[in-house]
Design a protein around this ligand. Structure first.
Ligand code: HEC
Length: 140
């Protein structure tokens, strides 16, 4: 039992030592809004990939623009400040988020024009922002 406790303790401290991500402290309401938004980001990305695979470019463009693109910016403007994720983030973190919106819109423009190869070539710029933020920041 004691050995297990020690083993668990060292596992935990190894995990903690390896998490070099910067902690961004967001107010609880903003965390909750961010979490729901993130779940939808994942679902939207999955829909985009499914639509692309089915050669439904216009629909993929629509999902990208309306759920991830620049047109989604400011959607929490009417909420109290503590419930708005963006402005409560460190500026560099917020900037990665905005890069993501820009990349989603660039993809949407290419997909809408029917250029499948170009649209696909622009997708990694979007997913890279998911990776960049997740690997650089944590909120708890
Ligand atoms: C600007 C930073 C940032 C960007 C960009 C970002 N995320 Fe996140 N994401 C976060 C943070 C911070 C959390 C942790 C939320 C928490 O712990 O409640 C998170 C959590 C998540 C979760 C887990 C949600 C849950 O609690 O179940 C998913 C899924 C997710 N992100 C998907 C994505 C996808 C897909 C993208 C890109 C399209 C993306 N994220 C882009 C910051 C970001």
């Amino acid at each position: 039992m004691r050995t297990l406790a020690i083993a668990l303790f060292s596992l935990c401290s190894v995990a903690a030592a390896e998490d070099a991500r910067q902690l961004a402290t967001l107010p609880a309401p903003a965390q909750e809004v961010l979490r729901l938004e993130m779940l939808d980001n994942m679902a939207a990305l999955n829909e985009i990939l499914s639509l692309l695979a089915a050669d439904k470019l216009k629909e993929a463009a629509e999902v990208a623009e309306t759920r991830l693109g620049l047109s989604t910016m400011g959607r929490h403007r009417d909420k109290p400040f503590e419930a708005r994720p963006g402005p409560n983030m460190p500026p560099a973190m917020h900037a990665i988020g905005m890069d993501g919106h820009r990349a989603a819109s660039a993809f949407a423009t290419a997909a809408k024009s029917g250029d499948r190869v170009k649209a696909m070539s622009l997708l990694p710029a979007l997913t890279s922002t998911c990776v960049a933020c997740h690997y650089s920041y944590r909120i708890r």
